[in-house]
Ligand binder design. Structure first.
Ligand SMILES: [Zn+2]
Length: 330
């Protein structure tokens, strides 16, 4: 079940140092993992945290094998709770995910016509764009959300009788009309072009990230009118801003993901955890010193963590990066 990860997942360096403080903290995710895989706490305690001496990333070793990692992120914890909570909070209360003043700072500095994110669709600023692009303040996002869920649900007729299939078809027609009407009445014509780049990472939510049996990617594409593209797609069009929100540490190929984002976009914004107590459901975590490593590699970074005036509940990092020198105003 466990596998050795002696080489740094990001830079592939073998130079590493065991952290002197090794703490084990149980949590909601680990309880589910322990229960479903019949694991003891002592087995999890075998995982020790190491710091890469080259890029300063921290990493657990040993950790779950790729196939168990997939089992964790698709079956045991298939629904990305935090991502759905962001969406539900938005449709209920109109509140966008808490990124402090990030959205307005980005808008002030970057002319965003094309915007992309990687994997989980409700962790970043797609919902900020949706709010920004609505004509009136009081648009009912709840109606739009419910109609979209109902529309996608109405197409799930496997095993149902002919009569139910017929009435489901009428439902689909009804909801798609409501969706069109709501969008026409409430959303501006000129909107940012949105893309969601997805892959089948076994360290990430995806295939089973469902709410009321509707998958997050299908829902996001309908709700936000975004184009879903497979990661690594050879894109000729430059994207103005690429957001990687809590997903760079949910892939076995973080370097490939970051390099790709930097290649196809002018700017990339990354949001991640940086706790030194790397919890055992995570293989690795970036650190603040990781930015120095990027700078040495001629990837320019701006640390926005304190600039966005967010009230942090745990140690997190927000940084903007680009292959070109950055100038930013606050
Ligand atoms: Zn490294």
């Amino acid at each position: 079940m466990l596998k050795n990860y002696k080489v740094c997942i990001f830079c592939k360096s073998k130079k590493r140092k065991k952290l002197s403080q090794q703490t084990f903290k149980d949590n909601f995710y680990l309880k589910a993992i322990r229960n479903d895989l019949s694991l003891t706490i002592s087995k999890l305690k075998k995982m020790k945290v190491y710091e890469c001496q080259n890029c300063k990333l921290i990493q657990n070793d040993p950790w779950f094998s790729e196939s168990y990692s997939r089992k964790i992120y698709s079956n045991i914890y298939g629904q990305h709770n935090r991502s759905w909570s962001n969406l539900i909070n938005f449709v209920k209360n109109g509140k966008t995910p808490d990124h402090g003043e990030l959205f307005s700072i980005l808008q002030k500095n970057i002319k965003i016509r094309k915007y992309a994110e990687y994997n989980s669709p409700f962790m970043g600023i797609f919902l900020n764009f949706l709010k920004f692009e609505s004509k009136r303040k009081r648009i009912s996002f709840m109606d739009l959300f419910n109609s979209t869920v109902n529309y996608l649900n109405s197409r799930q007729v496997a095993g149902k009788s002919k009569n139910i299939q017929k009435s489901s078809f009428i439902k689909s027609k009804k909801y798609i009309n409501i969706i069109r009407k709501l969008k026409k009445n409430y959303l501006k014509k000129k909107r940012v072009q949105k893309y969601l780049f997805v892959d089948n990472s076994n360290l990430s939510w995806g295939v089973n990230d469902n709410y009321k049996s509707v998958n997050s990617r299908a829902l996001a594409s309908e709700l936000l009118d975004l184009e879903i593209k497979s990661f690594d797609h050879k894109s000729k069009k430059k994207i103005d801003l690429f957001g990687i929100f809590h997903t760079l540490d949910h892939t076995f190929e973080p370097k490939k993901v970051l390099d790709y984002a930097l290649k196809i976009s002018k700017y990339t914004i990354v949001y991640c955890h940086i706790s030194q107590n790397l919890s055992k459901q995570h293989l690795f975590s970036l650190t603040k010193n990781f930015l120095k490593y990027l700078n040495n590699k001629k990837i320019y970074t701006i640390d926005l963590t304190s600039r966005i005036k967010k009230k942090y509940k745990s140690p997190e990092l927000y940084f903007l990066c680009s292959k070109k020198k950055l100038k930013f105003y606050y």
